[in-house]
Write a protein of this length. Structure first.
Length: 96
């Protein structure tokens, strides 16, 4: 897989500040590492994401540096948290 588009954390935060009612997923380009992690869900996004935590296989497969990997993981985490909160606000808590 190629690197694809990189989303800067500051850019995502600015977009969300401008339009907080919009899903963050809309800002993650298809085929990007951040979107792939977002789509894998919380178990994949909530893991440690410092540069030294970078998965060597993901670095190689996505052609990322450890620093890029860490930022894209942070982007995916911020996006997922935003969208989960937005979903809760718009849909309410689901009961089983």
């Amino acid at each position: 897989m190629a690197k694809g588009a990189l989303v800067r954390l500051a850019e995502l935060q600015a977009w969300l500040a401008e339009d907080p009612d919009r899903q963050a997923l809309d800002f993650l380009p298809p085929g990007s590492f951040a979107r792939a992690k977002y789509e894998q869900g919380p178990a994949f996004v909530l893991r440690p994401h410092r540069p030294e935590d970078a998965d060597p296989e993901e670095l190689r497969a996505w052609e990322l540096t450890p620093e890029e990997w860490a930022e894209q993981m942070a982007v995916a985490l911020v996006a997922l948290r935003h969208d989960m909160k937005l979903h809760t606000l718009t849909e309410g808590f689901q009961r089983v």
